[in-house]
Design a protein around this ligand. Sequence first.
Ligand SMILES: Nc1nc2c(ncn2[C@@H]2O[C@H](COP(=O)(O)OP(=O)(O)OP(=O)(O)O)[C@@H](O)[C@H]2O)c(=O)[nH]1
Length: 316
Amino acid sequence: MGFKQNANEFHWLMDMLESVEVGLVVLDLDFHIQAWNGFMEHHSGITASQIQGQLLFDVFPDIPKAWLTRKVDAVAMLNIRAFTSWEQRPYLFKFRNTRPITGTEAYMFQNLTISPITNPSGEVEKICLLIYDVTEFASSKRALERANEQLARLSMTDRLTGLLNRGTWENLVDAEFERFRRYGQATSLVMFDIDHFKSVNDNYGHLAGDEVIRHAAQITRNNVRQSDSAGRYGGEEFGIILPETDTESARVICERIRDAIENGVVNTTAGNIQYTISMGIAQLTDSPENYMQWMQKADEALYKAKQGGRNRVIVG
Ligand SMILES: Nc1nc2c(ncn2[C@@H]2O[C@H](COP(=O)(O)OP(=O)(O)OP(=O)(O)O)[C@@H](O)[C@H]2O)c(=O)[nH]1
């Protein structure tokens, strides 16, 4: 009577494990498959009777053998449960993601629990793997992370030109100044400004003026290295940090930019616009006491370039 009741309960339990939305795999200590529930059948396309008794790594050669063996050995030896989240390892079984709502993810993200199964005398005899489908959670978390990265990037850059915005750029000037104080490498700072920009706006309109600003930014980007930092300092004023660059090399870079702009044409709906820029360079020496004084030196050189007739590069 008692046995029958137990057997009934057992069936009831098995039915539940069969249909639950969690993968259940029972292995012996040599990784032969002892149980494989409906979830696993559905996602792998392999039935329980096909897989029964087979070596897990033979059927799924993609499974990281050394890693899983180490985990399972620890679980068996210490008789404790282990947990791995999708963030440590996206999945154990490479199942295609079949849920339409999270269709952007190619594979199912999984959390994994590894539990010991003991015999009546308390020895670990088998291992149970529980595989949880966390694709929806993982993909929304990843989307959120992507959105946050984008937001961080947007808050650092200037909308019109895509260059660094003033705040970000100034922070970098400050950081570069501190770096110089520690390592003393030659570093140059450039400030430049579009000449007679007011008349561009007056003659062609504000939108065409914006096109000119965008053009100047693009020419700058085309002529500096990855390690240089260009920013939009104000309306039509820009700044460039040239790390590990002395004034002579800075002058070469600036002449290249100045020349490309002088010889370029901005095609706008209001007409084709030609313009020039004036540039000031300040190499970092021991004299500035803070980054603002360094910027002031570059700005003074820029002012001299304007005074000297514009469309030129002056080293301060
Ligand atoms: N289109 C446009 N114009 C801007 C923007 N920001 C500032 N300006 C304009 O830029 C002009 C700057 O003019 P000024 O500082 O007088 O100098 P300038 O005409 O360039 O003359 P110099 O610098 O002396 O060669 C002003 O007319 C501003 O309105 C912007 O984002 N877009």
